[in-house]
Design a binder for this molecule. Sequence first.
Ligand code: NCD
Length: 306
Amino acid sequence: MGRPITSVISIRGFDRKGILYVLEQSGKMEQRPHPRLLQGHVLGLMFVEVSTRTRLSFASAMMRLGGQVLDFGDPERSSFKKGEGLSDTIRVMAGYCDVIAIRHPWEGAARLAAEVSGLPVINAGDGANQHPTQTFLDLYTIQKTHGGIDGLTVGFLGDLRYSRTVQSLAGAMSHFDCRQCFISPESLRAPQHVLEELEERGVQHEQFSDLGEVLPQLDILYCTRIQEERFADRLEYEQVKSSYRVDRALLEHCGVKETLRIMHPLPRVDELSEDLDATPYAVYFQQARNGIPVRQALLAMVLGKL
Ligand code: NCD
């Protein structure tokens, strides 16, 4: 690594070498516990949007490295209710901790936090924009299931318009020799800027409406739920809701590679059948667990311990 990592705002801040470095450090974290590495450090959690996995795995990662966690808690019970602006809240929070993990519905909120706090900031999801720590755990999972990232065909299924996990992961995978297939209803296509980035980097990519058409070619199927909370128009959501679903019968009907692995950032709603959970294809719960070593590595890096 050249420049030390000080904040993790967007996956765009990482090239292939930087990504592989984070994954390598994550592997080391998993192999060897460091119960005192971050002793004396406090992680501030500021989740202004709902979260289960990301918030809890950040907390768990910090505690398992000997650090402590200060949780901002429910925004409804904070001074936001008195009209305090985000910048002021972040400035105040910065006085109470050493690193901040922030999730916020506004695109760019994490960058703002990094600018005003003067602390290392980790983006835990900003609107439909970026979710870089999820991307690292997704790539870490892929390395584990397929032994590497190059040479794979990945299918992104579902709400490609609003899924920050897809935007981040597609960008990261463009540094590797992968074929990217985007499968979605017409109105939920991946944003133009995502496709343009792939084009600029000469990444092989295609768009599909029918999952069955491409399923047999996939090494990874990355499913997403429809991001109901991001639709400005309720009617538009009603028109696409429940428009796709992956289940065992579909895999059997289409025929898939034995080595196909199904990923999902979770939570799932109705797009991924529970009848897949016990099959060797399903790796989504393992994927969620991988959030621990990856977030440990990222916390240690931004705090200058790696
Ligand atoms: C994702 C998110 O928040 O973008 N969840 C997560 O962090 N694991 C995906 C989603 O909410 O659908």
